[in-house]
Design a protein around this ligand. Structure first.
Ligand code: DGP
Length: 116
């Protein structure tokens, strides 16, 4: 299985990659919703959060750890930020390659649009 994010990870299409290691890659979102908007992605294709297995615990933990590292690097650790993983249709997932959004750099407001 391949995805647009797998192509970015392999360097087949351009992206602003800010971090890469043996388990995860992070790059700036093409359509940023805040001054910092980075996607942290497993190097292997895991389609959704539903597909995480026990064998993926290391990669899931690395995603969290890299988010904290990048928040510090972006200068938003103290002011604060939001980590988002969208899953499937109701979660608003558009790309079926698990990814965590690291969003910050401005006050983000309430988490949910309760009018929806
Ligand atoms: P989600 O709704 O959680 O599946 O978010 C998908 C995000 O991926 C969305 O914010 C836009 C971003 N995105 C989609 N295609 C590309 C791309 O080709 N490059 C980059 N950098 N980001 C992309």
């Amino acid at each position: 299985m391949t995805t647009i994010f797998a192509k970015i990870i392999r360097g087949e299409i351009p992206a602003n990659i800010v971090y890469q290691d043996d388990l995860v890659t992070a790059f700036r979102d093409i359509n940023p919703g805040a001054p910092t908007h980075i996607l942290i992605v497993p190097n292997k294709v895991i389609p959704t959060a539903n597909d995480l297995t026990e064998a993926d615990e290391a990669v899931a933990g690395r995603m969290m750890r890299v988010a904290a590292i990048l928040a510090e690097r972006e200068g938003i650790a103290a002011s604060g930020y939001r980590l988002i993983i969208n899953c499937n249709k109701h979660g608003g997932q558009e790309v079926y390659h698990l990814h965590m959004h690291l969003v910050g750099g401005r006050p983000l407001g309430p988490m949910l649009n309760r009018a929806a």
